[in-house]
Design a protein around this ligand. Sequence first.
Ligand code: 3HC
Length: 327
Amino acid sequence: MVSRETSNGSSGLRSNDSNRTNETHNERNTRGGVTLDIKRVGVVGCGLMGSGIAEVAAKSGFDVVVREVTDDFLERGRARIRKSLDRAVDKEKLTTEDRDDALGRLTYTTSVDDLAECDIVIEAIVEDLSAKNELFQRLDELCGENTIFASNTSSLTITDMAAATDRPDRFVGLHFFNPVPVMKLVEVVKTIATSQETFDRAFEFSEALGKVPIAAKDNSGFVVNLLLVPYMLDAIRQLERGVASIKDIDTGMQLGCGYPMGPFVLCDFVGIDTLYRISEIMFEEYREERYAPPPLLKRIVSMGRYGRKTGKGFYDWSGDEPVPLPV
Ligand code: 3HC
């Protein structure tokens, strides 16, 4: 099923009339005299990251097809995008007309087949290699020769996905940061098989999204998570050793180093289950203790305290202010 959101939040049938937005997009998105040939963007997975990527792409003038596995997930993703765009209007960062234009560029579907016409497909599903490979193999059969495949994986290697398809030369990593509408960075990841042309197209596409791309080698964790993940895990180890309380460690890093949020708020923000999965993947890759999930992290996952999204992680998020929970 494919549906399109209108400015009043209702669904309607998909239309292919996107000339106006494409003109705007083409006028803007040129670099070195070359017009970016990406117009239709597929986003697979509409959770925290996928919804942010879809929102940013639609705001930047691209036609966006969002795919989720069920209507329920699709509706939740749609509501998240809508809420974020409304918030941008409330904060006077976006006009109501621009919001409505962005909403009009978004179509929603539960069928992978509806991604066939996309010029780039960005995957933001669960951090599970076999699920990602199954998806990319299906897309490989459907999409045109020129379509770029991109993964927003946090810790898996792009090579492991590219190798499962017949287009490893047209496969990159595009790693966004949470919250996607706010964080300016995108890591553009080139494997040993990615063609220079594909890398350049993906880099220009990231710029066209209003992001600042950096080039990264295809190693687990790329640039940022290779530094950030051990930092978060070390904070948990500090807590395990009783060095200081959750609140004091967070205050320490916020006020001592000027970080926007302390490591435990950040853990809750990223998702405790996500951090645990990333840590397991990175440990498996490097076999270095610094990437190993600390036992406390595992205990918190076992309790279903996944962070802000479930209301509880290192903090209880149900009140006005987060309250540290027993660990
Ligand atoms: N969507 C859209 N805009 C948002 C937003 C969201 N989800 N959350 C916050 N904002 C905007 C606000 O509207 C506000 O804009 P304004 O200044 O123009 O009014 C601005 O961001 C600041 O928000 P707030 O005043 O509400 O709150 P803060 O000042 O505390 O900022 C924050 C929130 C931007 C999230 C800031 O705390 C921050 O930068 N935190 C660090 C985030 C971070 O480290 N992200 C990376 C996570 S790791 C990752 O994603 C990789 C993955 O692989 C694990």
